[in-house]
Design a protein. Sequence first.
Lengths: 186, 311
Amino acid sequence: MEVGTFKSKILDADGIRRAITRIAHEIVEKNKGTNKLVLVGIRRRGVPLAERIQQYIEEFEGVKVPLGILDITLYRDDLSTIDIHPVVHETDIPVSIEGKTVVLIDDVLYTGRTARAALDATMDLGRPERIQLAVLVDRGHRELPIRADYVGKNLPTSRREIVAVRLQEVDAEEDVLLLERDDDMK
Amino acid sequence: MKWQRKDILGLEDMSVEDIRHILHTAKVMKEILMRPIKKLPTLKGKSVVNVFYEASTRTRTSFEMAAKVLGADTTSIAIAQSSVSKGESLYDTAKTIQAMRADLVILRHPSSGSAKFLADILDPNVINAGDGQHEHPTQALLDIFTMEEKLGPLDGKNVVIVGDVLHSRVARSNAWGLQKLGVNVTLVGPPTLLPIEMEGLGVKMTHDLNGALPGADVVMALRLQLERQKSGLFPSLREYSQLYGLTTDRLKKTGKESIVLHPGPMNRGVEISDDVADGVQALIEKQVTNGVAIRMALIYLLIGGSSNVVA
């Protein structure tokens, strides 16, 4: 996780739970049920978020929606400019996405470059009927024409700030923090 | 995990961490390779040049396919039709390829140490696709990947490698790599084809295949280079086959469902019988598939980022 100086807590555990529960309801409402749904978590923190959405939908709809994991490393547009390339992990989508409604799930929407890579990676796996995007936090500063269909929290930020999403499954903490980037960092 | 290698020259100097990192990356690559549409944009605009001074079907094709799946452009130089036939040196050929802005050079050459020679003079990354009798690291890595895929963690497993060990870069690379992963390696072959100096690797060596088989989890047959018979290193193919050929009956001596590997091309009826080569224990075609995945992993790790050269 990136380091910076603490500024404020945006969401606590309850806040995260409410936001994800609402997103789960919105996904079902907008798609008029769970019929063609496939949830796909973008590594890394999109994966536990997708699992939770799957669980909430099961609780109120009684249906277990298929769940996949997407690793976008090989689709990044900055691979040739970063020094140490990140470790590649497996993409694992256990069902065909042909003709389905794929909901991509990530923790933070920022420049839109991750979402762009995820769109390309998804479409290399098949031709879904539509692709939607769900994020826990939308912090603005888009560099590409991309928007989210489901947003947990809209958060206006400056580029000097860092939005740190911490989830129990990954970080053993559960909150969303706003940090100020330390000065020695670019 | 910080990947810092510019070149892949052999497994002798490779750390266990690097080997594990390559195997992990190859697992991801295999999933991509098995997709109906196997094409990535990852290495768009990168160029990979195959320079093969020896005949090869699977290694060269495997490298080409691996690079293409990752989106790179590939060129292969057929040495017989190249300026090498006019007497151009490896040095000048390599410098020419570099001047054409190649990002990665894959070299197979009959001289041991040629890949290192190239790596030292070239800015592009270099992968050794077999240098003389020295090493063939990508073959050993795909062998290890295939073993681990079938057997799980290899620590404590027993691997028997049988055949022309003397001339085999496959055996050398496997011996280095497998032992780093905690595998007990036994090399088997006739005295003329089993060099005593390989004891320095820490492996067990024996001339008795039947005695080496009990307990073996993996039996790897090496290709018998038929031209060796002329040089008097073994009396006849028939005798070699009787003492060192893998047959169904002989394979039973392992006492378990051992897996059988062969780097190819096979001399059926010499080092391996038809029924073993085509039997359920043989993973020879899997080796070929895994070979593409391993090479994808290596190509990605070498030229996937911007810093090809370690500072």
